[in-house]
Design a protein. Structure first.
Length: 426
């Protein structure tokens, strides 16, 4: 996504916003974080016993968990077409009870929004349903809307992501030489809507150079030590390629040399656009398109260590992390709740409200086998742009990584909105 053009913003707005950002930075020990990343829990299964009460809140974290992007109603109705339940391919074959725990997790934050209060109150006080009861609940409380491209097309793209495992240490060693950074002290951000500025990016990242406002450092500059990252290391890992893909996935686990596992999640980014190194390798003739998966790129990196740094630097976007507490059911998504393996997706919150149920009609990776099921839109991503676009969270570990790395499938999507949900122009 393109960097906002600083020259288009009135200087008084930039100065006031940066001053506010700097004051905030100076008054806290850890910068504001915006969680957003992948998931890890096993697939939720329908359990016939009743639920004694509402789903407990996620375990407390070291900092408040807030959504990365807040999109308020009404949605852009021109990208939605009201549908019928009979239109959803595989709706009768899916088990919506398997997404029930993910729905309750979404409702832990949605319940405070007017449009969601009634349906979340009903869900949080309903005993855990079986397959048929869950289907009746959704059909009685939601209306399906098919998501459309700007030109009216219904087809989009599904990709996948997962929670990887890296090997690392709390201290640098001869083996563990690649730092995982927390948010640097010189990174400031501006909430543009608060100043009446609308755009694709609600936040502007930058840094101050005297009285000048400059874009923040790119990946190559950060790796060269130009940013204020010294002392912000969370851990050190043993593989720069795995660290690069950790940034793409957004969260992961680090198996520590002295024992134990550290979980890290997205905290912030440097404000630069994401560029695909897979596309670069295809364009250069280094990889055929059918092998430009995560696995194919890693294999290329092993064969071409001398070219690796230049290729990774092609993507100027850099992700900063934060340590997550123990006991979370999964990594935190942009909604600020733990994600559920194979039942959570990342979507574009301009078209799909964070936390909303979404029905996907796609196929398994490298297959024509249908993958048609109810999901919860609990995450976002820099590459997840447009109405018919989803990133499927596969979970944790090698098997999840294999499926996520190969997934690039055609997709149709229906967002399920509570009855009476306000739409603009629909």
């Amino acid at each position: 996504m393109p960097m906002p053009d600083f020259s288009k913003f009135p200087l008084r707005i930039i100065a006031a916003a940066l001053a506010a950002a700097l004051v905030t930075t100076a008054c806290r020990s850890t910068p504001d974080t915006l969680p957003a990343s992948p998931a890890q829990t096993p697939e939720a299964l329908a359990i016939p016993q009743p639920v004694p009460g509402p789903l407990p809140a996620p375990p407390p974290v070291s900092e408040p968990v807030a959504p990365a992007i807040q999109i308020t109603a009404p949605l852009k109705g021109k990208h939605l077409r009201r549908g019928q339940w009979t239109e959803l391919p595989g709706w009768q074959d899916d088990d919506p009870a398997a997404a029930w725990e993910a729905l309750l997790t979404s409702c832990s934050t949605l319940k405070n929004q007017t449009a969601w209060q009634a349906v979340c109150s009903a869900a949080l006080t309903t005993p855990r349903p079986d397959r048929a009861a869950a289907r009746r609940f959704f059909e009685a409380n939601f209306t399906p809307y098919q998501l459309l491209q700007a030109d009216g097309r219904v087809e989009g793209l599904a990709t996948g992501y997962y929670e990887p495992l890296l090997r690392g240490s709390r201290k640098p060693t001869s083996r563990h030489r690649y730092p995982v950074y927390g948010v640097p002290d010189d990174l400031v951000s501006i909430d543009l809507p608060a100043f009446g500025i609308e755009g694709r990016e609600p936040r502007l990242r930058g840094r101050l150079d005297g009285r000048r406002v400059l874009p923040y450092f790119e990946r190559a500059q950060i790796e060269a030590g130009l940013a204020a990252v010294r002392g912000r290391e969370i851990a050190w890992v043993d593989d720069p390629v795995e660290l690069f893909f950790l940034q793409i996935q957004g969260s992961g686990r680090i198996e520590l040399e002295g024992g134990g596992v550290l979980r890290v999640g997205f905290a912030d980014h440097n404000g630069h656009p994401y560029r695909s190194i897979g596309r670069l390798l295809i364009d250069r003739g280094e990889l055929p398109a059918e092998r430009a998966s995560m696995q194919g790129i890693k294999a290329w990196a092993q064969r071409n260590p001398d070219k690796l740094r230049e290729v990774m630097d092609f993507n100027p976007r850099y992700i900063f992390f934060r340590e997550l507490p123990e006991g979370l059911g999964g990594p935190l998504g942009a909604q600020g709740v733990p994600l559920t393996a194979r039942r959570s997706i990342a979507a574009d919150p301009r078209y799909v409200p964070l936390g909303a149920p979404v029905f996907l009609a796609t196929t398994w990776p490298l297959s024509s086998r249908p993958l048609q099921q109810l999901m919860l839109a609990q995450d976002t991503g820099s590459a997840i742009r447009g109405p018919v676009r989803a990133d499927f969270f596969w979970g944790y570990g090698d098997e999840a990584g294999r499926e996520a790395g190969r997934m690039k499938q055609s997709l149709r999507m229906w967002v399920l909105l509570p009855r009476g949900y306000p739409l603009n122009g629909h």
